[in-house]
Ligand binder design. Sequence first.
Ligand SMILES: Nc1ncnc2c1ncn2[C@@H]1O[C@H](COP(=O)(O)OP(=O)(O)O)[C@@H](O)[C@H]1O
Ligand SMILES: [Mg+2]
Length: 222
Amino acid sequence: MLACRQVSKSYRTERGLVTAVAGIDLDVPAGRFAAIIGRSGSGKSTLMAMIGGLSRPSGGTVEVGGTDVWRLSDNALAAFRNEKVGYVFQFASLLPTLRLIDNVALPAMLGRRHGASGTYARAAALLERMGLGRYLDAYPAEISAGEQRRAAIARALINDPALLLADEPTSDLDEQTEIEIMDVLRTVNREVGTTLILVTHNLALAEQAQQIVHIANGALVA
Ligand SMILES: Nc1ncnc2c1ncn2[C@@H]1O[C@H](COP(=O)(O)OP(=O)(O)O)[C@@H](O)[C@H]1O
Ligand SMILES: [Mg+2]
């Protein structure tokens, strides 16, 4: 599903060139749950952004489902981000002026792959699966942080992505809510077969994965 070859990223800053990711080789087979673990500043988010088509590498290649992501045209890259990858970040970033159902349906409406009624039925079903069936018409501010995160997971899944990228999705939540969110992510991985890559600095969470990747200073640690 995922093959990174010597992928790297440097940022030009006032202090000179900062190398965030320094040549990483990484393979994750389809359907697997992999965890990327490392200290703050080790390059985890930069690596995820290159995998997800959000940030262009300085060098190396990223292949997702046989597609060489960074050789896609701008339009094809936008479609890749919308259709092939789901993202869950630490801050749920639901749009505050939209109801939950609209937030979840939005990526599918942008893709216009299905009619609006099919999309809304699917969005409702996903929210129900996340235990949020009562809140279809609620606004993000009306539900808890954990519920917002579950809604963000539903939104990430609306286009049935092959790959779900979760970058520290629980690090701002209390322990019980963290367990709930992890259960949801693992269930999606197991039951739907979505490949899951979880970034965390929490070893106990990483140990739930089938594959653990340690990174330090932008490189893999053996
Ligand atoms: N946009 C940016 N500009 C300059 N430096 C950055 C930028 N994004 C990240 N970095 C630097 O790259 C390194 C890795 O950052 P990041 O990938 O966010 O690490 P992590 O997610 O593991 O905490 C850090 O030293 C960080 O300061
Ligand atoms: Mg990070």
